[in-house]
Design a protein around this ligand. Structure first.
Ligand SMILES: Cc1cc2nc3c(=O)[nH]c(=O)nc-3n(C[C@H](O)[C@H](O)[C@H](O)COP(=O)(O)O)c2cc1C
Length: 146
């Protein structure tokens, strides 16, 4: 598994590290990297890629993924299963959907998403999110394998 994050103040990086820890606990080798330094080997190998950003906006409206241009520069995602996440303070608005659209335009197959409140960057909330994403992925991987 690969976890790619964009973080300005560290919250989304923390979320990414917890997600990586959850993957490892579930038995999947995981790599965590910033959107500007993607590990291409890990990307090629990953069955599932978690990709997340922070929420940028005017708090009650105009929300969008922070530094979205960096996601537009990602390599082609070539049918990869991607689970999208964002962190936010008050209201994430359409951030997960907007980031999903960008990633879909880069070839990703978005299989899930979650907005995670910055006050809930803990093992309980993130562990539950990771477990749900794995649950949803298993039938897809088995179906693809025929
Ligand atoms: C310029 C700026 C704009 C933000 N706009 C929003 C917003 O519209 N809604 C919201 O809920 N949080 C907003 N936030 C809060 C961040 O999304 C939140 O603190 C996030 O966890 C920061 O992640 P980071 O520490 O990885 O950068 C904003 C933060 C910044 C710096």
């Amino acid at each position: 598994m690969l976890v790619i994050y964009e973080s300005m103040g560290g919250n989304t990086k923390r979320a990414a590290e917890l997600i990586g820890g959850g993957c490892t606990f579930l038995g999947a080798e995981s790599t965590v990297c910033s959107v500007t330094t993607v590990d291409l080997h890990a990307l090629a190998e990953a069955d599932l890629v978690f990709i997340g950003s922070w929420t940028d906006g005017l708090f009650l409206f105009g929300q969008r993924p922070g530094r979205v241009g960096r996601f537009k520069k990602l390599p082609w995602l070539d049918g990869k299963h991607v689970s999208v996440f964002c962190t936010y303070a008050v209201n994430a608005g359409g951030t997960v959907d907007a980031l999903s659209k960008v990633l879909t335009s880069k070839g990703a197959v978005v299989v899930g998403g979650e907005a995670i409140k910055r006050s809930q960057l803990d093992a309980e909330h993130i562990g539950k999110f990771v477990a749900e994403q794995f649950d949803a992925l298993v039938p897809k991987v088995l179906a693809a394998a025929g």
